[in-house]
Write a protein that binds this ligand. Structure first.
Ligand SMILES: [Zn+2]
Length: 323
């Protein structure tokens, strides 16, 4: 049937029809909210991410209660340690900032699933994601440290670990380390296809984790590549990843869609800091309608095939979306 018998606009005529025919619906249950935690008290707004704060460990309780009350199912934690060193030892110390944050959250008996970002760049003085050797990242020496971090996080009570360094073999090493220590029940959400992206700029400001020299292009993926992303995802699945992640989301919707077609594992997508800041800046300048733009972007990420959306907008969306 073609025009004039078929008229596509018939089904778009009213709000009721449009709502009935909506193919993709966001839910608060799709979201994970990122939290940046530092030792001590107070909260500091991140200048490049208006409305997003770094939180003091001692003031975490109120925030956790609010996130839980809004029905968001999970948080992902990033730590800002008091001291940084060459191997990022605050990441695996029993009293490291993340270990303390996990315990503080768990002490509150919230329903929140606590996911821990698992990397070293926030904890190393050079800002790279692993141990450096003659200016290069020492892949295999880093694996051992990552295993220790995973065990420390699990011991503190983490519900899930999320290795983000794009270190070869990291999922396998972390799985082995967890299993050896009796944590075979802790799932791994792997940042499988993490691109060397310009959209991480504001996050580095938030997590104070910019590399002091060089960049991360030797371990993060090159933006033009999608087949390589599928290989990375396959490798992580083979190594034992329970959930695979694509990061960033917005400039990589095709990667999410391809991954959705090729794999049956749950897919997470990280709606990164730059994607947030871009909307906020454009809205402040009066160039776009903020709420509509947010909804459109997040819906697109789900439509592309993401099961889980990690987003700085999670809290706000929880107020807008039906439970
Ligand atoms: Zn890293």
């Amino acid at each position: 049937m073609i025009f004039p018998e078929y008229r596509a606009r018939r089904l778009r005529k009213t709000e009721g029809l449009r709502s009935l025919l909506q193919e993709t619906r966001l839910s608060v249950k799709d979201f994970v909210y990122p939290l940046f935690v530092f030792p001590g008290k107070g909260k500091q707004e991140i200048s490049s991410m208006p409305g997003i704060y770094r939180l003091g460990l001692e003031d975490l309780a109120g925030e956790i209660q609010e996130i839980d009350q809004r029905g968001i199912p999970a948080v992902i934690l990033f730590g800002l340690p008091r001291v940084k060193d060459a191997v990022g030892s605050e990441a695996f110390k029993e009293k490291g900032i993340i270990q303390q944050a996990i315990q503080a959250i768990k002490a509150q008996k919230s329903r929140l699933t606590v996911i821990c970002d698992l990397c070293l760049c926030e904890y190393t003085d050079h800002g790279h994601c692993g141990k450096m050797e003659n200016g290069e990242l020492d892949n295999d020496a880093t694996l051992e440290i990552l295993g220790e971090v995973a065990v420390a996080q699990a011991r503190a009570g983490a519900d899930m670990v999320a290795p983000s360094g794009m270190i070869d073999g990291q999922v396998q090493s972390i799985r082995e380390a967890l299993d050896e220590h009796g944590f075979e029940g802790i799932p791994i959400m792997a940042y499988s296809a993490k691109y060397a992206s310009a959209f991480y700029g504001p996050f580095r400001d938030a997590a104070q984790s910019a590399p002091q020299f060089g960049d991360r292009k030797s371990y993060q993926m090159d933006p033009p590549n999608v087949r390589e992303a599928l290989r990375e995802i396959q490798l992580d699945i083979d190594e034992g990843a329970d959930i695979v992640m694509i990061k960033p989301a917005l400039a990589y919707l095709d990667v999410i869609a391809r991954a959705r077609m090729e794999f049956n594992h749950p897919i997470a997508a990280y709606n990164v800091s730059g994607e947030y800041s871009m909307i906020e800046a454009a809205a402040r300048a009066g160039f776009i309608e903020r709420e509509r733009a947010i909804m459109e972007v997040l819906t697109a990420i789900k439509r592309a095939g993401a099961d889980i959306i990690i987003s700085y907008y999670a809290k706000e969306m929880a107020q807008v979306l039906e439970k």
